[in-house]
Design a protein around this ligand. Structure first.
Ligand code: GAP
Length: 516
């Protein structure tokens, strides 16, 4: 995607609906803001992304690479509940601090996050005593808003990021015409709550988790004591998280229910900076192998003043979505969390969450180490699977009017929901039988990783077009020649090029292309 002509989000959303990738949740009731469902192709695409994460982070972490300590990286999985004891969220800081500042526009009834407001300072003024103009970040119309600001106030001297003390009474809401329509910003906790049990009172209030990470901290000790893992090691957790976002927007990018894939990697404090750098670099490399390589993907290291007090570093892997272009939107954050979370949970629960490291400490006369007791530091690569799937769809979306399908999806074969299609050219002369046999063979071998389509209806051009739109990388066609020379046509989605290969080699060919 070039920076000058972002792809059309409307066209991408239309394709997602047309081909069953993503639907608005509760569609037939008019939808519900901030919730999205995945259709057959989207559900498989997301599963493939989750499986790739699981394979490369848990089963074979970092493709078998060694970490900064010289050993192979070790990780184990965990699956934890969406609802936990409410004290968990007090300890983690989410009850007290997981807030967004919210403003309402009295004129347009729009609601905005005030920390997304950028303030335009007119050439002649300063924001504390002169009118200023707001643009809400995350929206595609920054240039338009700036033009509007210049029209209202003349030349613009600078653009500030909002902070609560900004004089909101002098800020023009993004959809309003004059200043003074915004309410005073108020803090809004993002956690959804509900009640457990039959008695609906405050004492039974619980929360839907806003991140999967905390489940891991709660079981750090259980896992360390039962899994024969030794520090350094990681614990991965994937699943649904919930945030009552003030302004859900940009398709699935900012939703109220979404899926995370988080790893908490525990290590000795002295090695934590080296591990932080290791994970930061690996996660960037990993997203590239998913098909996001190029100028649309960046690794952004946070400035020191953006960091939490306990953190020695945070980086975001960011993708240039069509709605953020020319800017970028976060796909994954990699954070050095220090020992903050374990310390907090130890304090609030009264449990000891220290680790006794038998590989450290002075050497004893019997040849063993004396051991060292410490609270491990944690490096957290926290990815969003919905944002990941959306980035892959945006990156793969390609327009080419000269093709049977003028729009198609160049998805990486590993992630593509349809792995291959088998087409008898016509439904007669023994072609369907040969095709069914090939389909059954491919299904046995690759059916666990995605759909293997079989289609004998419609023109071959229409069948190719359907597969192109669904992102299927390879189609195999049985024609008259197959019956005499045992070869099939293999069509490549991206180039449209066709080659003949022996039918007996199709499985091997696909195996190599899919990397499995
Ligand atoms: N445990 C750390 C944590 O949750 P985060 O940056 O808030 O960090 C991690 O979330 C990832 O989860 C983000 O990089 C993003 O991909 C995804 N995510 C967060 N909020 C989201 C939302 N409202 N909608 C979709 N994905 C979201």
């Amino acid at each position: 995607m070039s920076t000058s002509s972002p792809k059309s989000m409307d066209a991408i959303m239309a394709l997602c609906k047309r081909r069953g990738f993503i639907f608005q949740a509760s569609d037939i009731y008019g939808g519900i803001n901030g919730f999205w469902d995945y259709g057959p192709l989207g559900a498989q695409l997301k599963k493939n992304l989750r499986d790739a994460w699981w394979q490369d982070m848990i089963l074979n972490p970092c493709w078998g690479r060694k970490g900064p300590n010289g050993d192979r990286v070790k990780c184990v999985p965990l699956e934890t509940c969406i609802i936990q004891h409410p004290k968990v969220w007090e300890a983690s800081g989410h009850v007290g601090g997981f807030n967004d500042p919210m403003v309402d526009c009295k004129e347009t009834k729009g609601r905005y996050r005030y920390d997304h407001v950028q303030v335009y300072v007119p050439e002649s003024g300063d924001p504390s005593d002169k009118p200023v103009f707001a643009y809400v970040g995350d929206q595609p119309s920054e240039a338009k808003q700036k033009k509007k600001a210049e029209k209202t106030f003349g030349a613009i001297k600078s653009v500030l990021l909002s902070s609560i003390p900004q004089p909101w009474t002098r800020v023009i809401g993004p959809d309003a015409d004059k200043p003074g329509t915004l309410t005073e910003p108020r803090m809004f906790n993002l956690m959804f709550d509900t009640i457990t049990g039959a008695i609906r009172d405050e004492s039974n209030k619980v929360y839907l988790r806003p991140e999967t990470a905390q489940g891991v901290f709660l079981h750090f000790k259980n896992v360390a004591d039962t899994s024969r893992v030794k520090i350094p090691f990681g614990i991965g957790n994937t699943g649904r998280s919930f945030r009552n976002e003030v302004t859900p927007r940009n398709f699935t990018f900012r939703s109220r229910e979404f899926e995370q894939a988080e790893l908490e990697f525990f290590c000795h404090p002295d090695e934590s900076v080296a591990w932080y750098q290791f994970w930061r670099d690996f996660r960037m490399e990993w997203w590239k192998t998913m098909g996001l390589a190029g100028e649309n993907l960046i690794l952004r290291e946070h400035d020191k003043n953006e960091l939490s007090h306990y953190s020695q570093g945070t980086s975001d892997v960011e993708y240039r979505f069509p709605f953020t272009a020319p800017g970028f939107g976060e796909l994954e954050g990699i954070a050095h969390r220090g020992n903050y979370d374990l310390t907090q949970h130890a304090k609030h629960s009264g449990s000891k969450l220290e680790y006794f490291d038998t590989d450290r400490g002075e050497l004893l006369p019997n040849g063993a180490k004396k051991g060292e007791r410490y609270i491990p530091h944690c490096i957290e690569p926290a990815a969003g699977l919905d944002r990941g799937a959306l980035a892959l769809i945006c990156e793969g979306y390609t327009k080419d009017e000269s093709r049977p399908s003028p729009e198609f999806l160049k998805l990486h074969p590993r992630i593509a929901p349809i792995k291959a299609a088998v087409f008898p050219l016509v439904a007669k002369d023994g072609m369907p039988e040969v095709g069914e046999k090939l389909h059954a063979e491919l299904f046995r071998k690759f059916g666990h990783s995605g759909f293997i389509e079989f289609d004998e209806k419609q023109s071959i051009g229409k069948r190719y077009a359907r597969m192109d739109e669904g992102g299927c990388p390879f189609c195999f066609t049985i024609d008259g020649d197959t019956l005499t020379d045992q070869t099939v046509t293999c069509r490549d989605r991206d180039s449209g090029a066709q080659q003949r290969i022996p039918i007996s080699k199709v499985s091997e060919f696909l195996s190599e292309k899919l990397g499995m």
